[in-house]
Ligand binder design. Sequence first.
Ligand code: ATP
Length: 218
Amino acid sequence: MENNSFAVIGLGRFGSSVTEHLHTMGYEVMAIDENEERVQENSSISTYAVQADTTDEDALREIGIRNFDVVVVAIGVDIQASILTTLILKELGVKRIVAKAQNQRHGQVLYKVGADKVVFPERDMGLRVAHNLVSQNVLDFVELAEDYSIAEVAASEKMQGKNLIELDIRARYGVNVMAIKSGNDFNIAPNPEDTVQEGDIFVVIGHNTDLKRFEEEI
Ligand code: ATP
């Protein structure tokens, strides 16, 4: 199912960033905050920006919140407002609710009151930065399940000029190369005989322990 219209509630750094990116990608996005100044700041990076306290059910009804395909709850510090807003959205019949959590407990409650997906931006960014600190070759790291992840790893100098057969990554590390980024090219079916060039980036999937070994040794 394609989602075309979005509403973002809570225009802190995270909410504004989501709003701006959706808007840049050409989607309809309504930005909502109780703080008039935040609303003003977001007016040029959204389709419409409105002032409302989203813990007020009538205010949400008036906005027509049910008509959006996805509603993002990006209220952070005020955990009570974030939970109450999510609950009301669910009761109003919003199709898909994505909520930001401050911590694990907050996340559990958000799921319980009706969020379809909970995101933990600080935790996830911390994970990425930690991997990048351990090895500068690791450009990105996304957890898929508890023990499995996808990592973007820059090819090291010693890999250059070799092909995937010679590197034998799957047998040596137990991780799979899903794609290779080479400049603007994104090759999702890498040919085992292509040689690795300077600046190439591997997108690999695997168990966290195997990925760790791959990151450390390449
Ligand atoms: P970030 O880390 O993304 O900057 P944060 O986690 O610090 O954000 P806050 O700045 O506390 O989050 O909240 C984001 C926004 O949510 C604020 O602009 C605040 O005005 C708004 N907000 C809080 N409560 C409500 C509410 N009941 N209705 C609408 N907006 C609200």
